[in-house]
Ligand binder design. Structure first.
Ligand SMILES: [Zn+2]
Length: 89
Protein backbone atom coordinates (compact mmCIF):
# COMPACT_ATOMS: atom_id res chain seq x y z
CA UNK A 1 0.00 0.00 0.00
CA UNK A 2 1.37 3.37 -1.01
CA UNK A 3 1.04 5.88 1.82
CA UNK A 4 1.00 8.86 -0.52
CA UNK A 5 -2.00 7.44 -2.37
CA UNK A 6 -3.93 6.49 0.76
CA UNK A 7 -3.26 9.21 3.29
CA UNK A 8 -4.03 12.89 3.39
CA UNK A 9 -3.60 14.63 6.75
CA UNK A 10 -6.94 16.03 7.86
CA UNK A 11 -5.14 18.94 9.52
CA UNK A 12 -2.62 20.09 6.94
CA UNK A 13 -3.22 18.08 3.77
CA UNK A 14 0.25 16.53 3.55
CA UNK A 15 0.73 12.91 2.53
CA UNK A 16 3.49 11.69 4.81
CA UNK A 17 3.15 9.54 7.92
CA UNK A 18 5.98 9.05 10.36
CA UNK A 19 6.38 6.32 12.93
CA UNK A 20 7.43 7.56 16.37
CA UNK A 21 9.29 5.11 18.59
CA UNK A 22 10.20 5.38 22.25
CA UNK A 23 12.69 3.57 24.48
CA UNK A 24 15.25 3.35 21.69
CA UNK A 25 18.77 2.60 22.93
CA UNK A 26 21.71 3.77 20.81
CA UNK A 27 25.23 2.30 20.96
CA UNK A 28 28.36 3.97 19.55
CA UNK A 29 32.06 3.72 20.35
CA UNK A 30 33.68 6.88 21.71
CA UNK A 31 37.38 7.49 21.09
CA UNK A 32 38.19 10.67 23.07
CA UNK A 33 36.81 13.33 25.38
CA UNK A 34 38.17 16.90 25.29
CA UNK A 35 38.56 19.25 28.26
CA UNK A 36 35.47 21.18 27.17
CA UNK A 37 33.38 18.03 27.10
CA UNK A 38 33.48 17.56 23.33
CA UNK A 39 33.23 13.86 22.54
CA UNK A 40 34.77 12.18 19.50
CA UNK A 41 33.14 9.05 18.12
CA UNK A 42 34.77 6.19 16.24
CA UNK A 43 34.38 7.04 12.53
CA UNK A 44 34.11 3.37 11.64
CA UNK A 45 31.21 2.85 14.02
CA UNK A 46 27.93 4.22 12.69
CA UNK A 47 26.26 3.07 15.83
CA UNK A 48 23.60 0.50 16.42
CA UNK A 49 20.21 0.99 17.96
CA UNK A 50 17.51 -1.16 19.40
CA UNK A 51 14.16 -0.67 17.75
CA UNK A 52 12.26 0.28 20.88
CA UNK A 53 8.48 0.35 20.73
CA UNK A 54 6.07 2.21 18.50
CA UNK A 55 4.47 5.07 20.41
CA UNK A 56 2.32 6.55 17.66
CA UNK A 57 1.90 7.31 13.99
CA UNK A 58 1.55 10.92 13.02
CA UNK A 59 1.63 13.38 10.14
CA UNK A 60 5.25 14.14 9.39
CA UNK A 61 4.44 17.78 8.72
CA UNK A 62 2.15 18.94 11.55
CA UNK A 63 2.31 16.09 14.07
CA UNK A 64 -1.39 15.26 13.83
CA UNK A 65 -1.69 11.88 15.59
CA UNK A 66 -3.71 9.09 13.95
CA UNK A 67 -6.29 8.13 16.57
CA UNK A 68 -6.44 4.46 17.49
CA UNK A 69 -3.43 3.50 15.36
CA UNK A 70 -0.90 1.73 17.58
CA UNK A 71 0.76 -0.76 15.27
CA UNK A 72 1.62 -1.23 11.62
CA UNK A 73 -1.37 -3.60 11.36
CA UNK A 74 -3.63 -0.87 12.73
CA UNK A 75 -2.17 1.58 10.24
CA UNK A 76 -2.82 -0.78 7.33
CA UNK A 77 -6.46 -1.23 8.39
CA UNK A 78 -6.87 2.49 8.97
CA UNK A 79 -5.71 3.25 5.44
CA UNK A 80 -7.56 0.30 3.92
CA UNK A 81 -10.82 1.56 5.40
CA UNK A 82 -10.20 4.95 3.86
CA UNK A 83 -9.86 6.73 7.22
CA UNK A 84 -6.67 8.34 6.06
CA UNK A 85 -8.47 10.34 3.42
CA UNK A 86 -9.35 13.91 4.06
CA UNK A 87 -13.12 14.03 4.77
CA UNK A 88 -13.25 17.55 3.37
CA UNK A 89 -12.29 16.39 -0.10
ZN1 LIG B 1 -0.56 17.25 9.00
Amino acid sequence: MDIRENFICSSCGRKKIEEVRVNVTFHQTITSIEDDGYVDYDEDDNGTSSKGQVDRYQCEECGHVLDGVESIEDLYKYLEEGKGENPDN
